[in-house]
Design a protein around this ligand. Structure first.
Ligand code: CAA
Length: 391
């Protein structure tokens, strides 16, 4: 294993849903002052999956452009991270592998630890590439965030998938050692197998997130990481964009640094462009933040970026990446802006129907309504099997 080999994110692509619910529509329904959504939590709209969309269709839609650009020959591993899985046994990645026509000589696995799972996948991928730099790993983070109707979490829902190709000599971001790690057994947010929506203690979840920022940063420092002042920007997990602001102020204050608004905006302001219109995409959220940063910030060539990944329950990791010269030529800005702009607005009744939609659980044959205009869809259920198709 070559310690000085550069390994990291070679390509990054995301996909989201067919529908979008503006927060003005939700506010009009529940009588909330829109300022609470727009300014208080920093959200303007949320992505809403169509009846025939889920983590598989979004994951395949995010990864297809990567396979089209780079081919599938060097991909020998697919790791799909999610906390809204469709099966207790089979990896959702296998459906994606099939939809994308990836080679049979591939290992495919699913990872779970709330919103943190994709960062574990990224770290496992870099380890595999260090072991054999000729191999590439496709990492997919795909989630549908769903809370009970009329609950405090409801306005923070969303859905998206981010796909990353991890390789040697990456074109976008070199992942650095060390990582700062933190785990604590906390019930801040969880979803028992029998529930379709997440349970959350909102206040505790924010406190747990901030505790994890402190813990992961402390370990990062003890492992010999960079000083706080060295980073050009910071990319946080965004359950809602204002959480990143809370977290960064907390980190700066704890590190004895100036935490005034202009410093915070300078450090994280470019990371929220997608999250504030997509909503929470759990495992994908930090990587939508990274896409937003790379696409919107002034030239970041050679600059270190601090990444803070958090998954309730809880596990967190702080790590650094350095932006690679020439990265701008490899970004997917137009496709990402289109993915967000193409969503069709849904009214409150339509959103509610989709929220409450459930698929049969009795093994009967069921044809799923055609709604998505995306490249892949869940077409049917039969004998408890999910049947996916290119559209
Ligand atoms: N104008 C402007 N701002 C307003 C306002 C108005 N009219 N009304 C309220 N606000 C502000 C409030 O002051 C508050 O700001 P601060 O946090 O800076 O004080 C903000 O809007 C939110 O208001 P509340 O705290 O009253 O909101 P709430 O109690 O209804 O719920 C929440 C907020 C706890 C985040 C809730 O949305 C929730 O439970 N979300 C899901 C859990 C979550 O996302 N937790 C984050 C950490 S856990 C994690 O990161 C993992 C994950 O992905 C889930």
């Amino acid at each position: 294993m070559a310690a000085d080999l550069a390994v990291g994110i070679h390509d990054l692509s995301f996909a989201t849903t067919e529908f979008v619910l503006p927060h003005t529509t939700l506010a009009a329904h529940n009588g909330t002052d829109i300022g609470k959504y727009h300014r208080g939590i920093g959200l303007r709209s949320m992505s809403v999956p169509a009846a025939d969309e889920d983590i598989v269709t979004m994951g395949a839609a995010a990864a297809a452009p990567i396979v089209a650009r780079h081919g599938s020959e060097a991909i020998r591993t697919v790791v799909l991270a999610t906390e809204s899985s469709v099966d207790q046994s089979k990896s959702a990645g296998i459906y994606v592998h099939s939809l994308l026509g990836l080679p049979a000589a591939t290992r495919v696995v699913e990872l779970k630890q709330a919103c943190y799972g994709a960062t574990a996948a990224l770290q496992f991928a870099t380890g595999l590439v260090h072991r054999d730099p000729s191999q590439r790993v496709l990492v997919i983070a795909s989630d549908v965030s769903k809370y009970e109707l009329d609950s405090p979490g409801e306005p923070t829902q969303g859905a998206a998938a981010a796909a990353m190709l991890v390789s040697a000599d990456p074109a976008l971001l070199r992942i650095e050692e060390p990582s700062g790690l933190f785990t604590a057994d906390i019930m801040d947010f969880w979803r028992p197998n029998y529930l379709p929506t997440a349970l959350v203690d909102g206040e505790e979840s924010i406190a747990a997130y901030l505790q994890a920022v402190e813990g992961a940063w402390k370990d990062y420092t003890e492992q010999g990481g960079r000083a706080l002042g060295e980073f050009r920007a910071f990319c946080y997990h965004q359950p809602f964009p204002k959480m990143a602001y809370k977290a960064h102020r907390h980190l700066l204050r704890n590190g004895g640094q100036d935490s005034d608004e202009s410093r915070v905006v300078h450090d994280i302001g470019d990371t929220t462009a997608y999250n504030n219109v997509v909503g929470n995409s759990y495992t994908a959220a930090m990587y939508l933040g990274l896409a937003s940063l790379l696409e919107n910030a002034d030239d970041l060539t050679g600059q270190p970026i601090g990444m803070f990944s958090y998954g309730s329950g809880s596990v967190a990791e702080f790590f650094a990446g350095t932006v690679v010269p020439g990265y701008r030529a490899h970004l997917r800005t137009a496709a990402h802006q289109k993915a967000v702009a193409r969503r069709r607005p849904v009214d409150y009744a339509g959103y509610r129907d989709l929220h409450e939609l459930s698929l049969p659980e009795d093994g009967s044959d069921h044809t799923v309504a055609t709604q998505t205009s995306g490249p892949y869809r869940l077409a049917a259920l039969s004998g408890h099997k999910r049947i996916y198709q290119p559209r």
